[in-house]
Design a protein around this ligand. Structure first.
Ligand code: APR
Length: 185
């Protein structure tokens, strides 16, 4: 499924983010930037040690990465030239500003992409695995944050923002959220 927002194509696909041919893929990392399971583990495995080395350098220089913020490293052996590492919120029932932190993770990643002059970026479904965020709600927050970012008058640089959903169920949740947003309010 795809829609155009401003000049940017927003696409939802099912697949493995490590295989995407885009300039940057986004990693659902943890604040330590140490790597982990899920999409984080898959990206480090596919990209090789260069990503971990750069993450550790960032850790030494900047300390922990708070939830909602993002940093950029090489993509190592990935097809993508860069990996943008962001940290989503851990789900605690939704009442602790978790929607805003999740939106901030998407926004910070897009800002970083734009500041590096990148044109194509792929996101996984941040926080909906180990961090337990319900996927239907996360899909609304994620797509809302991306739409708001791309709708800014100055937000004209990105050609494509792609969501790469691992499961058919996740893809459906994102498609439904996108349909919900497209309908008149
Ligand atoms: N491509 C795309 N999506 C993937 C892939 C992949 N190769 N592998 C897993 N996913 C999906 C999961 O199915 C889930 O829907 O990514 C989504 C996010 O799940 P997690 O990777 O668990 O991320 P998150 O919930 O944000 O938890 C982050 O997990 O591995 C640790 O270091 C990471 O501590 C951090 C935490």
């Amino acid at each position: 499924m795809e829609v155009t927002i401003g000049r940017t194509l927003l696409r939802l696909v099912q697949g493995d983010i490590t295989q995407q041919e885009v300039e940057a893929i986004v990693n659902a990392a943890n604040s330590e930037l140490t790597g982990g399971g899920g999409v984080d583990g898959a990206i480090h495995r596919a990209g090789g040690p260069a990503i971990h080395e750069e993450c550790m350098r960032i850790r030494r220089e900047k300390g922990r990465l708070p939830a909602g913020q993002a940093v950029i490293t090489t993509g190592g052996r990935l097809k993508a030239r860069y990996v943008i590492h962001t940290v989503g919120p851990i789900w605690h029932g939704g009442g602790h500003g978790q929607d805003e932190t999740l939106a901030s993770a998407y926004r910070s990643s897009l800002e970083l992409a734009e500041n590096h002059g990148l044109r194509t970026v792929a996101f996984p479904s941040i926080s909906t695995g180990a961090y337990g965020f319900p996927v239907e709600r996360a899909a609304r927050v994620a797509l809302g944050a991306v739409r708001a970012f791309l709708s800014r008058p100055e937000g004209q640089a990105l050609e494509e923002v792609r969501f790469v959903l691992f499961s058919g169920r996740d893809l459906e949740a994102y498609e439904q959220a996108l349909r919900g947003m497209a309908s008149p309010e």
